[in-house]
Design a binder for this molecule. Structure first.
Ligand SMILES: Cc1cc2nc3c(=O)[nH]c(=O)nc-3n(C[C@H](O)[C@H](O)[C@H](O)COP(=O)(O)OP(=O)(O)OC[C@H]3O[C@@H](n4cnc5c(N)ncnc54)[C@H](O)[C@@H]3O)c2cc1C
Length: 368
């Protein structure tokens, strides 16, 4: 899925004057995306970033490379093959059983050695727990700039990466440049970029790279792997239907109305930040700038005002239905369907109506 072309932001004032890249960085070329895989599972944010990386690489007239780091074996090979289906021209692979579980030390060494040898101009990672940890360590080791949690990535008229992200609590957007260092690094949260189309493709060029590290060199040891019990229960970021509630629901008991509607629709449920702060809902259900970004086909927001910090997390939804008693609530500026009414009364009625009309089959059709 291609993203609409936007005029690239231009640096202002002092930034423009400083824009002469030191000679030794001029050999840095091509766009790289770190493919995050854990226990045989590639995080979908990696494919979302391949879409952005493809667009940047095409604008710069360079290649797009996937960077796959992991254990030897089928999972790493499958991640490499899949990266070609999402647009990679080539893949750099560091495969070593020392890399079976993520550890900052070994992954940082793999990625920094790879960068120092093959010199990319742009390096993108997902702003996941793993990606944030790795990106910070790699950027500080390489002494280069990193723009975290970007919401837009563009190439400006001088072929620099213009990385845009919210600032001042989300009330402003700023565009950050890494003018004098390479690579230009950025992280992007899951679901901020749209998922590109997957096109079946034979495996392309693969460049293998040795880790140059043995287990005895690594201080951190993995004693056991304990899966997060809650991880499978909250799939907000990738849900097709999300129902969320805000302070307008007035009590934790009323928040159950959101959960009930979500249950009938086969949806995930979420909330605005104050509900997490009050302890009504767990933090993994928060939607917005400091919570999850969602891109469902249908988003129902009940008793949520639509503050900018909430809006940035839901803007990518196909259809936003807002229920609010205040006809001037900011959420109505971006909702597709405005229901000016009391959510505490409407939610049970909606749940009942859907319960009567929706068979499991119809629910599947809504989500497809
Ligand atoms: C740095 C920073 C980061 C932040 N990150 C996030 C974030 O990630 N996510 C987030 O959500 N917020 C975030 N916030 C908070 C954000 O600014 C807002 O304060 C918050 O989103 C408001 O939550 P709300 O809409 O539930 O509450 P309110 O703004 O109080 O809105 C409640 C709404 O309910 C309506 N209402 C009242 N009664 C009813 C009823 N019976 N039926 C229907 N509607 C009713 C009201 O008209 C009102 O519009 C952040 C703030 C900062 C400073």
């Amino acid at each position: 899925m291609s993203q609409p072309a936007k005029p690239a932001p231009q640096p202002a004032g002092r930034a423009a004057a400083k824009k002469e890249l030191p000679e030794h960085f001029k050999a840095y070329k091509h766009v790289w995306v770190f493919i995050e895989q854990e226990r045989g599972h590639v995080h979908p944010v990696s494919w979302e970033l391949m879409g952005s990386g493809r667009r940047l690489a095409d604008k710069l007239g360079v290649e797009l490379a996937a960077v796959v780091i992991g254990p030897t074996g089928d999972a790493t090979k499958a991640a490499v093959a899949e990266s070609f289906c999402y647009g990679a021209d080539l893949a750099y692979v560091v495969a070593d059983d020392v890399l079976t579980d993520y550890r900052n030390e070994s992954y940082t060494k793999a990625l920094t050695d790879l960068v120092n040898t093959h010199k990319p101009e742009i390096l993108l990672l997902g702003a996941t727990t793993l990606g944030r940890d790795l990106a910070g360590a790699v950027a500080t080791t390489l002494l280069t700039g990193l723009t975290a949690d970007c919401t837009e990535l563009e190439v400006d008229s001088d072929n620099s990466l213009a990385a845009t992200r919210p600032t001042f609590g989300g009330s402003l957007l700023c565009t950050i440049y890494t003018l004098n260092f390479r690579p230009q690094m950025a992280t992007v949260r899951p679901r901020v970029m749209s998922m590109p189309d997957r096109v079946e493709k034979p495996v392309g060029r693969v460049i293998e790279f040795p880790l140059g590290l043995v287990e005895a060199d690594i201080v951190t040891k993995i004693l056991a792997f304990v899966p997060d019990r809650d991880k499978a229960t909250s799939n907000l970021a990738y849900a097709d239907i999300v129902v969320a509630g805000g302070l307008g629901l007035a009590s934790p008991e009323n928040f159950q109305l959101v959960r009930q509607l979500a249950g009938v629709l086969g949806a995930e449920y979420g909330c605005s930040r104050p509900l997490v702060q009050k302890g009504w809902v767990s933090a993994d259900r928060q939607i917005g700038q400091t919570g999850k970004t969602i891109r469902p086909k249908l988003y129902i927001a009940a008793g949520i005002s639509g503050a900018i910090q909430h809006r940035v997390g839901v803007d990518g939804s196909d259809l936003i239905v807002a229920i609010n008693t205040d006809k001037n609530a900011p959420i109505f500026d971006f909702a597709h369907l405005a229901l000016v009414t009391d959510a505490i009364r409407l939610l049970p009625a909606l749940t009942e109506a859907f319960r009567k009309r929706l068979s499991a089959h119809t629910r599947d059709r809504i989500a497809s």
